[in-house]
Design a binder for this molecule. Structure first.
Ligand SMILES: Nc1ncnc2c1ncn2[C@@H]1O[C@H](COP(=O)(O)OP(=O)(O)OP(=O)(O)O)[C@@H](O)[C@H]1O
Ligand SMILES: [Mg+2]
Length: 223
């Protein structure tokens, strides 16, 4: 089943947060999910060591010599495989992209972030030149719900104008997404009285997971 890789060579764009939100949301809906933690900070491994009962499986022991094989092997037994990649353009990132059915590029809505997202796309396109199309889609992260800054609007329009695919759903800025790492729980496990905006965070996570699944379906049909 599909391998979804979360990649951006720029640090701090929301790769680990997106990976955990997506993986735990798909698992909450009953899917079998493995998330590979390829971030040197091992945030997902640390999260799984906490009290969470979410069924997502986390794999932390991968390197550039085995990542493609590990992703493919896991994809033969799980409904979704997700890889949280490191914030550099490394051999491991390249191998994971080659094994991916979809690359999600999280980016924040500033010009500097957008230029790094283009670097990520150029890295993907270069591999596509050798092996054929590698489907990717940009995900805006940490956006203010219901309020797009002018910068953000211009960046989105420019990207869309140059044919870069963008998720309709953003991963909005929500304290709940940070709290997942603090309490080492998934969204549905946290106390709505203790975590601000948990219902909105769940709604946003569901919308994103739905759009990712739909995107994979369309790509599969087109292939
Ligand atoms: N949607 C969000 N809402 C609130 N905080 C967020 C969100 N996305 C990311 N953050 C915060 O932004 C910071 C960077 O996020 P994250 O660690 O997910 O990025 P990353 O791309 O994995 O970074 P790295 O390149 O270092 O691996 C973290 O402090 C995280 O809690
Ligand atoms: Mg990370």
């Amino acid at each position: 089943m599909p391998v979804i890789v979360i990649s951006n060579p720029k640090g701090g764009t929301g790769k680990s947060t997106t990976s955990l939100v997506l993986a735990t949301t798909l698992a909450r809906h009953g899917a079998s999910v493995t998330a590979f933690d390829c971030d040197p900070n091992r945030h997902l491994v640390a999260w799984k060591d906490g009290p969470t009962q979410n069924k997502v499986e986390i794999v932390g022991h991968v390197d550039s010599s085995n990542i493609a094989r590990m992703l493919k092997a896991e994809a033969s037994r799980q409904q979704f495989v997700i890889a949280d990649l490191e914030g550099t353009a490394s051999l491991m990132v390249a191998s994971a992209i080659l094994a991916a059915d979809l690359v999600i590029i999280p980016t924040q809505g500033s010009a500097m972030d957008a230029s790094q997202a283009r670097r990520a796309i150029s890295f993907i396109d270069d591999q596509a030149a050798a092996v054929g199309p590698r489907p990717y889609r940009v995900l805006f992260t940490r956006t203010k719900p219901g309020f797009a800054t002018r910068d953000e609007r211009v960046i989105r329009e420019t990207m869309a104008g140059s044919g870069i695919p963008i998720f309709k759903t953003d991963l909005a800025e929500r304290a709940a997404y940070r709290s997942m790492f603090t309490f080492r729980q998934s969204l549905e496990e946290m106390d709505p009285a203790a975590v601000n905006g948990l219902d909105k965070a769940l709604e946003n996570a569901d919308a994103l997971a739905g759009e990712v699944v739909e995107n994979l379906r369309i790509n599969r049909q087109a292939a």
